[in-house]
Write a protein that binds this ligand. Structure first.
Ligand SMILES: Nc1ncnc2c1ncn2[C@@H]1O[C@H](COP(=O)(O)OP(=O)(O)O)[C@@H](O)[C@H]1O
Ligand SMILES: [Mg+2]
Length: 429
């Protein structure tokens, strides 16, 4: 049943062993998306289709809660929608296109809900078609079924959006991953949806910041709020330091391309234009964990925070942020994953960029040290009262490094921690 024995060319007897649709779709739900990264992956398709307006509507309505992602890109014909809903859509990609595996639309959508509907038309004058993937149906029949949703509520709302000028609407329903299993009506469920909205605004402003900066005509909105680009490098701040940009050539076998490195030292709190801006720039993970590499694939931010194993996160280098950009011809080298949430930097490139990263980190810790010294000077203190432990530790470490006694200081610190841990803690050692 379902197994065909066939004879194909020189390969001899082969068996066409189709995977179980029910089991595979279920396991594909867990390849690493969270709500906001799943929304971002659907928006990748909108941008690839040339959209200049993308609108995300996340609506809490108990078990009928829904997400609509509408764009005014080129849209799809009826056959186009079918191909789009195939796991492993068949198509060629141009350089710089955000798509890659032909999976994003399905895996991202179904990672959040059990039903995804696509309503689209090929351009303004195209015929509107709608198709959906429903995990309940796929599980029941254990087949790769795509169905016509008929006149569903989702289709009715999507038609309104098409009337507003959008060409494609992707709808997520049966949001079992977003809503708690029990009591999908309650305050807890509502808070989860509210939280998803807040996080989405923050995430999308960040991962698409280059697209938003590049084009004044691009509008991304979440529940009616127009997103402003969030520039991790605070380039609009007067005191942001910009180091010389660098370009590295990478090559392995037939794969060859260039990687761009742009290095920044952000201003310390005292040198930001306002405390509010300083807080905004701290980012979703906050200053310490937002330091490090920001990796862009075809201008879309795919990974950020930390130094990709090249060095550790350190309070003193928290003002250092570095953009590392590559284009899609280097996908294989960077192992871009399906959820576009992770890449790995090739070992050769890590070696090449290490000195450049050290340089920006030195500059960042200098800035940090100067700011700490200023704070120290302007804070009248009696010992042990207002002096922050990290300021003391930093001053001691910096002095020890200058006098060449860092090893000695480490030994003293270790000794003090053992014999007098309270004082060691007060001194930040
Ligand atoms: N909003 C959209 N507008 C036009 N075409 C789309 C849209 N979303 C998806 N598609 C089509 O469906 C295909 C499959 O999308 P997806 O599953 O995300 O894989 P990928 O983006 O890697 O190709 C895309 O390559 C594109 O041709
Ligand atoms: Mg895609």
């Amino acid at each position: 049943m379902g197994v065909r024995l066939s004879r194909r060319g020189r390969r001899g007897a082969t068996v066409d062993l189709a995977p179980s649709a029910a089991r595979l779709t279920n396991s594909l739900r867990d390849i690493g998306y969270n709500f906001h990264s799943a929304v971002a992956d659907v928006i990748d398709n909108s941008l690839a289709a040339g959209a200049s307006r993308v609108s995300v509507e996340i609506t809490f309505d108990g078990p009928d809660s829904s997400v609509f992602i509408a764009d005014d890109g080129g849209g799809m014909s009826a056959n186009g929608i079918l191909e789009a809903l195939r796991f492993g859509s068949r198509r060629e990609y141009a350089r710089g296109e955000l798509g890659r595996y032909g999976l994003g639309l399905k895996t991202a959508s179904l990672s959040q809900g059990r039903c995804v509907t696509v309503v689209s038309r090929l351009g303004r004058d195209g015929v509107v078609s709608a198709r959906c993937l429903d995990l309940d149906l796929i599980e029941e029949w254990d087949e790769w079924l795509v169905v016509d949703p008929g006149e569903s509520r989702a289709v009715a709302r999507a038609s309104d959006l098409l009337d507003e000028g959008f060409n494609t609407v992707v709808v997520w329903e049966k949001l079992d991953r977003l809503l708690p299993f029990k009591n999908q009506e309650g305050g807890w469920a509502r808070r989860r949806v509210d939280n998803a909205i807040t996080k989405s605004v923050q995430h999308l402003s960040m991962v698409f910041h280059r697209f938003l900066e590049r084009s004044d005509s691009l509008v991304l909105e979440v529940n009616g709020t127009k997103l402003a680009p969030w520039d991790p490098f605070a380039r609009a701040e007067e005191h942001t330091q910009v180091l010389t940009p660098l370009i590295f050539e990478v090559q392995r076998d037939a794969v060859q391309g260039f990687v761009h490195l742009e290095r920044f030292v952000l201003p310390p709190r005292t040198h930001f234009s306002s405390p509010k801006r300083f807080e905004e720039l701290s980012g979703p993970l906050k200053w310490n964990r937002q330091q490090g590499l920001y990796i862009y694939r075809a201008d879309r931010l795919v990974q950020w925070g930390g130094w990709a194993g090249i060095r550790g996160i350190d309070e003193h280098t928290k003002l250092a942020r570095v953009a590392l950009s590559f284009n899609t011809e280097l996908d294989e080298l960077f192992n871009t994953n399906v959820a576009k949430m992770r890449v790995s930097i090739p070992g050769e490139l890590k070696q090449q960029i290490t000195p450049a990263l050290s340089e920006v980190c030195v500059a960042a810790s200098e800035t940090y040290r100067r700011a700490a010294r200023l704070t120290e000077e302007s804070t009248p203190t009696s010992f042990g009262q207002a002096l922050a432990p990290n300021v003391v530790r930093f001053a001691l470490t910096a002095a020890a490094m200058r006098s060449g006694d860092k090893d000695a200081l480490d030994r003293i610190a270790r000794e003090l921690r053992q014999t007098n841990p309270e004082i060691a803690e007060q001194l930040g050692l």
